[in-house]
Design a protein around this ligand. Structure first.
Ligand code: ASP
Ligand code: MG
Length: 473
């Protein structure tokens, strides 16, 4: 029994043209695979709007969040207006949309009335989850209308997570049980479950979300607990690229990556994949393909245990924001690492990770990576929180906090190939380097520098990748 899980992101779902592609892809793959499971994100931009609504609720701006709810209503209704749905399906969908948006208003109201942080975090997740709940229903209806038995499934009913609201982690054993209990009977009856990505629930039933871009993670968890044969992530670019194509215009698709390379690429800033999604696939040895909905005939990127190609290569370069702590004189880093660790965990719900630490007789330097899923606000938020904490103990904490850029070169066995490492360094030219770290995976090298130097560093390393040609051949 062959099973394929396919995830569709917001960019492909937002327009009727995108939806037509999605429908065509599902219809054609359903001919080849015995079982199909679809996982969907909210429509493009919807999660941002929902987060904004929740923030407006926190400051009790009722007009603000009501305006957003009204916008969301007209946007989703306009979309279903363009779809070829019959009257009963259209009416049910409209009723669903209204019900979901009214629960959103209730949650916003609760947030507005309640200043308690923990409770608000719970209601914020309930607000944000509405985006995927809306889109899964729309896709399922569209499939049914085209003779495919699509059924919307709520991720909160199958993904059991911890209670880190906004960045929750699934528990695999209970999730496996629930996913199999809910989906197996549907699959046996030739139905296609359309699961909401990004959302889960605690054992007590409170809705949680898995962090921005979390639909990828849902898709990877579901495919691994179902024992699927492959996972395909459909997006609006041709695959995983040698650099961010918005910055490096000549960026190319990378045909093959190993799991570790893909994980490093995601972790160090390729926004295309959620960083935590690779681990479940690695264990299950489940191949992942990243493909473009707008040109499905292209192979895209294949991620598997085998990196393909040469023994050692530079395949991609990324740049992300990081937070650096510097202290003019050297001194113990233990205390400050713990302090930052606690603050990171509390403010962003992420475990601390010192990426680069260096100590000389004249100074100490620590660099922490902030996942792109936390956005620019994440960085500013954390910087402020840390500043306040340090101000409490000025004598013990004479550290300065800076935001820096972390430029990373990624490729199989990079660290075992001294000639490649020296080419990476040469690619940096005369840029001042604050520190350098080799990733635990043996396939990444990260360099911390001033933010103003990042673009030049990325261009320099990307040039090397293109010139060597080996890596993308
Ligand atoms: N809609 C969510 C987000 O924007 C999850 C996702 O798109 O994967 O982060
Ligand atoms: Mg994404």
């Amino acid at each position: 029994m062959t099973t394929l899980v396919m995830k569709f992101g917001g960019a492909s779902l937002g327009t009727s043209a995108g939806l037509a592609q999605v429908l065509g892809i599902i219809a054609s793959e359903s001919q080849y695979w015995a079982q199909l499971v679809i996982v969907v994100s909210a429509l493009d931009g919807v999660t941002d709007m929902l987060l904004e609504a929740a923030q407006l609720a926190r400051i009790d701006n009722r007009r603000g969040y009501r305006r957003i709810a009204a916008n969301l209503r007209s946007r989703h209704l306009a979309l279903i207006d363009q779809l070829p749905l019959d009257r009963p399906d259209r009416n049910t969908l409209q009723a669903d949309i209204d019900r979901l948006l009214s629960s959103l208003l209730d949650d916003c109201q609760t947030i507005a009335n309640n200043l308690h942080e923990e409770l608000s975090a719970m209601h914020i997740d309930a607000v944000v989850a509405v985006g995927e709940r809306l889109s899964a229903r729309i896709i399922a209806a569209l499939l049914r209308q085209n003779g495919i038995r699509g059924v919307a499934v709520d991720g909160a009913e199958v993904l059991v997570t911890d209670d880190v609201h906004g960045n929750a982690n699934p528990f695999f054993a209970p999730t496996s049980q629930k996913v199999n209990d809910a989906l197996a009977p549907m699959l046996q009856r030739d139905m296609i479950p359309v699961v909401t990505g990004y959302i889960g629930a605690t054992a007590a039933g409170a809705t949680t979300t898995l962090g921005r871009g979390g639909t990828d993670y849902t898709a990877s968890v579901i495919s691994s607990v179902l024992g699927a044969d492959e996972l395909w992530i459909w997006t609006d670019v041709d695959g995983m690229m040698t650099a961010d194509p918005r910055v490096e215009r000549d960026a190319r698709v990378i045909p093959r990556l190993s799991y570790v390379e893909a994980a490093d690429l995601a972790y160090f800033g390729a926004r295309i994949l959620h960083a935590r999604m690779i681990a479940p696939l690695t264990e299950a040895k489940l191949p992942l393909r990243v493909k473009n909905v707008f040109s499905p005939e292209q192979a895209g990127t294949l991620v598997s245990a085998d990196p393909g190609g040469r023994q050692a290569a530079i395949k991609a370069v990324t740049a992300i924001q990081a937070l650096a702590l510097r202290r003019p004189a050297s001194g113990s880093m233990a205390g400050v690492t713990r302090l930052v660790g606690n603050t990171l965990f509390r403010t962003l719900g992420m475990r601390s990770e010192v990426l680069i630490a260096s100590q000389s007789s004249s100074s100490s330097f620590l660099c922490f990576v902030i996942p792109t899923s936390h956005g620019m606000e994440g960085l500013e938020h954390l910087q402020r929180a840390l500043g306040e904490k340090m101000a409490e103990y000025p004598e013990k904490m004479p550290w300065t906090i800076d935001s820096v850029a972390l430029v990373t070169a990624i490729g199989a066995n990079l660290q075992r190939a001294p000639q490649l490492l020296s080419r990476v360094l040469a690619g940096l030219g005369d840029i001042e380097i604050y520190g350098m770290a080799l990733g635990a995976s043996n396939c990444s090298v990260s360099v911390a520098m001033a933010r103003k130097d990042a673009a030049k560093a990325v261009a320099g390393i990307h040039d090397l990748i293109l010139r060597s040609g080996s890596d993308s051949a």
